[in-house]
Design a protein around this ligand. Structure first.
Ligand SMILES: NC(=O)c1ccc[n+]([C@@H]2O[C@H](COP(=O)([O-])OP(=O)(O)OC[C@H]3O[C@@H](n4cnc5c(N)ncnc54)[C@H](O)[C@@H]3O)[C@@H](O)[C@H]2O)c1
Ligand SMILES: O=C(O)C(=O)C[C@@H](O)[C@H](O)[C@H](O)COP(=O)(O)O
Ligand SMILES: [Zn+2]
Length: 363
């Protein structure tokens, strides 16, 4: 198969991310060669039933394995206990067992949900990610964080369950709606800010090409994002040393906004864009970074047509949501904050008054 491969090197169960254009139809041969399952449970976004999910289904079936396709309604609300229970029951009815593999086809919602179901059904089934949004290709399909939301807390129930392989077909991005595409660019910008200043500068140069979905610029951005994430996950797979927390830059604010807004008003990447602006502002209030950094970060987010101002939400509700963030330690908030372009730190003991001041400055 042509294309590029990024390796996620782990002590157990390392895996490859295959990146190419038009490689979706090779999913069957890849899965068969690597996992030799007798049965595939294809969990797909219902909106992709007639397109990318159908391609994957045909490719898997062509290898001779039995295929059960389970469609999930599109949208963040599907990352739920109810959808998980429905999938577990349908998998049982379809005689899913340890020779089965779960294949997720869709964006981050499907990957997180299908991965969670794979991690829990029968105490764990092999799992394959076929991400079809930019956000899922650069972030959610890599690293094994799987899970669902509770109404009052985003991603609160889940597991670390690594996929056995990730297949990225950049051609599927041609059908992605504009707003969803831009949302994925926010996580790409995140990688530049937290880990790679030259990559951030390259994004500044290629903003117009990225907006035009230019294949060369896009493939480079996807590959670099996957490499950066793979390297963090390699060093701290289960977010135990604090290193992996860097990937959470902007997310304490973002998850609070998404939760308080009821999971539907904003896309995850949009909330991350706003959250990165707020995290940078908090860092300036703490004297950890200068205003020039904030201006530069916002300029790139603006160039990529991402939102940088939160919708009006009650500060009390946002702070209460932040108190339920998984990074909270002994009741104290912790934030990932920039120290310079390309470097962030996990900072504890941030006073609530400063967080409120940051929220009030929303502009
Ligand atoms: N596990 C992780 O490490 C991680 C990382 C980042 C984000 N996430 C999670 O990912 C989720 C967001 O994922 P998302 O942005 O991919 O959203 P999503 O899964 O909701 O997909 C966005 C929309 O795009 C549509 N779609 C998907 N692929 C398409 C295609 N190729 N053509 C046309 N339409 C297509 C879907 O039907 C959906 O309506 C959030 O729940 C977030 O918390 C998880
Ligand atoms: O992979 C990670 O680690 C991340 O933090 C990536 C984030 O972009 C992603 O949104 C993740 O789902 C957030 O995880 P959470 O542990 O804060 O719920
Ligand atoms: Zn994210």
């Amino acid at each position: 198969m042509s294309g590029q491969v990024v390796r996620v090197a782990l002590s157990e169960r390392s895996y490859d991310i295959h990146i190419g254009a038009g490689n979706l139809a090779s999913i069957g041969t890849l899965v068969q060669a690597q996992l030799k399952p007798v049965h595939a449970v294809l969990i797909a976004d219902a909106r992709l039933a007639a397109t990318h999910a159908a391609t994957c289904e045909a490719s898997l079936a062509a290898t001779g394995m039995r295929v059960t396709t389970l469609l999930v309604p599109s949208g963040e609300k599907s990352k739920s206990v109810e959808q998980s229970a429905r999938l577990w029951n349908e998998m049982l009815a379809a005689k899913t067992d340890r020779r089965s593999v779960v294949v997720a086809v869709g964006g981050g919602v499907i990957g997180d949900l299908a991965g969670f179901v794979a991690a829990t059904f029968g105490r764990g089934l092999p799992f394959v990610q076929v991400p079809t949004t930019l956000l899922a290709q650069v972030d959610s399909s890599v690293g094994g964080k799987v899970g669902i939301n509770l109404p009052a807390a985003k991603n609160m129930v889940g597991a670390f369950w690594q996929p056995r392989l990730v297949l990225i077909d950049t051609a599927v991005l041609h059908t992605l709606p504009e707003r969803e595409y831009l949302s994925g660019l926010a996580e790409v910008v995140k990688y530049g800010v937290i880990l790679d200043a030259p990559f951030f500068a390259a994004l500044e140069q290629s903003a117009a090409a990225l907006l035009a979905r230019d294949t060369v610029a896009l493939t480079a951005a996807i590959k670099r994002s996957c490499e950066l994430k793979a390297d963090v996950v390699r060093q701290d797979e289960r977010e135990e040393t604090g290193l992996r927390a860097v990937l959470n830059y902007g997310h304490t604010f973002a998850h609070a906004i998404e939760t308080v807004a009821g999971y539907e008003a904003l896309l995850h990447g949009e909330a991350v864009s706003i959250g990165m602006v707020q995290a940078a502002r908090l860092a300036t209030l703490l004297g950890r970074i200068d205003e020039a950094f904030c201006v530069r970060q916002k300029r790139l987010l603006d160039a990529l047509q991402l939102p940088t101002v939160s919708p009006p939400l009650a500060a009390d509700d946002l702070v209460a949501a932040m108190q339920r963030d998984k990074k909270v330690e002994r009741g104290l908030l912790r934030f990932v904050l920039p120290t310079k372009l390309g470097h962030v730190e996990l900072v504890g003991g941030v006073e609530e008054a400063l967080v409120r001041q940051t929220l009030a400055a929303n502009c």
